[in-house]
Design a protein around this ligand. Structure first.
Ligand code: FAD
Ligand code: UDP
Length: 400
């Protein structure tokens, strides 16, 4: 600065001195950067763009939108789910009405059969399941309740996924339906998993064979990817696929970050990696019009290496002389699909969550960023709530 010979030189020298502390002149500015184009990211982007009038950049490291809900026509023209079967169900009118802005619906009630002792029987276990497997002749709900009560083994405190099932149906049904499936799916015994995991699947004394009993059960009529395309189709939204947060974060500037990837990754895994369970999907097209009776058949037998087989035409109603199916093989490595609910993992998540307090301009949303075993509707609900809280803070700041 002292060597400057004119006001112009002085200004240039001052600018050079502070340049390292300024954003690069060429860097683009967005109001919000959203990392991830799955449910969490797409809802946040849509709300910030259309609801709050912000300019939003959405990035995803994958080459497509829709996150794990991504569906696509395969080589045979059948709409398949690349990351396994995604069935939409919710009790929330708010969530259903919100998504209905971007899609029509095909009514669909999901049914699952389990391949057990040479039969394919309804799951959740219901009266038909019991009558088929045990030739039990149970005619009423009271009969079925008494049958189960005689087998149930009471557990003083229900803590684990084994306790939940054994306390309601006893050891034999637990072993037939839950132990092998869970060991395969999670690489852990049910006794090592939080009760919430198997509690997702109830036991019934009636003959209702639907997998879910939610008020709203339907599939997006043109598929999930089309629904996401409609959500992200807004003049305030820019989308960059095949783009990792790590490669973009210093190339653009932004006021708010919405992060929907794994929370441990965001913090450089400084406390060690959070465990996630992965899957390998084997997609096949078969030269028959129909492969199985229902959309999903579960294989609880530990000797069978996959957990379930999905036939998509049941979900979509698509007509074709061929059919496409997906086999799911659980895996300890690969994309992080499932947070693993058990106390030590929750404790590790809490340490990461504590770090978010020091990041007031970052919102952590979704299944990976909040390490919760959430269904799609829960992620949508969480994202809507997160946006509403953020918007309320903006409104307060404007009023002040
Ligand atoms: P994701 O869909 O995982 O989206 C996160 C996105 O962020 C990904 O696309 C990822 O590529 C991207 N990303 C992560 N890190 C980065 C980074 N650093 N840079 C750039 N991009 C990044 N729910 C139901 O309601 N019904 C079902 O039937 C159902 N079935 C399921 C079946 C399977 C096999 C699985 C795995 C899940 C299922 N779910 C189901 C749950 C459902 O997939 C999730 O609730 C939902 O997709 C979560 O959305 P999300 O946006 O939180 O996460
Ligand atoms: N489960 C099982 N047998 C079954 C179905 C489910 O043991 O036939 C257990 C298993 O641990 C599974 C959990 O219940 O991971 C939750 O099942 P859900 O169908 O909700 O799993 P998701 O669709 O999330 O993979």
């Amino acid at each position: 600065l002292l060597a400057a010979t004119s006001w112009d030189d002085t200004a240039a020298a001052m600018l050079a001195a502070i340049a390292p502390y300024l954003p690069a002149a060429t860097s683009e500015h967005y109001d919000c950067l959203v990392v991830g184009a799955g449910f969490a990211g797409a809802v946040m982007a849509e709300r910030l763009a259309a609801g709050s009038g912000r300019r939003v950049l959405v990035v995803d490291r994958r080459p497509h939108i829709a996150g794990n809900a991504y569906d696509v026509a395969d080589a045979a023209g059948i709409l398949i789910h690349q990351y396994g079967p995604h069935i939409f169900h919710t009790n929330s009118a708010d969530v259903f009405e919100y998504l209905s802005r971007f899609t029509g619906w095909r009514p669909y009630e999901h049914r699952v059969l389990a391949d057990v002792r040479g039969h394919q029987v309804p799951v959740p276990i219901n009266r038909t399941t019991l009558n088929t497997l045990f030739d039990a002749g149970l005619e009423t709900e009271a009969d079925a309740a008494a049958f189960l009560a005689a087998r149930a083994e009471p557990v003083e405190t229900i803590r684990t996924s084994e306790d939940v099932v054994v306390s309601s149906v006893g050891q034999e049904l637990y072993r037939l339906f839950f132990r092998g499936y869970t060991r395969k799916q999670w690489g852990l015994d049910p006794s090592e998993l939080d009760k919430a995991v198997t509690a997702r699947v109830p036991t019934r004394t009636c003959t209702d064979d639907r997998y879910f009993t939610d008020t709203y059960q339907a599939m997006p009529d043109k598929g999930y990817t089309a629904m996401f395309a409609a959500m992200l189709d807004h003049p305030n939204i820019t989308l960059r696929l095949g783009t990792d947060f790590a490669t973009i974060k210093d190339a653009v500037t932004y006021d708010l970050l919405v992060f929907t990837g794994p929370i441990d990754e965001y913090f450089g895994q400084r406390y060690g990696p959070l465990p996630y369970r992965s899957l390998r999907f084997e997609h096949r097209t078969l030269p028959v019009a129909q492969h199985q009776q229902v959309a999903v058949v579960n294989y609880p037998d530990e000797a069978v290496p996959y957990t379930r087989v999905t036939e998509y035409k049941h979900l979509t109603g698509q007509q074709s002389p061929v059919t496409s199916v997906t086999y799911e093989y659980p895996s300890p490595t690969g994309d992080p699909y499932y947070p693993i609910p058990r106390p030590e993992n929750q404790a590790l998540f809490k340490r990461y969550e504590a770090l978010t307090l020091a990041e007031p301009d970052v919102l952590f949303v979704g299944r990976l960023a909040t390490y919760r075993y959430y269904n799609m509707d829960q992620v949508v609900g969480q994202a809507l709530a997160s946006w509403r809280r953020w918007q309320a803070r903006q409104d307060e700041a404007t009023m002040a």
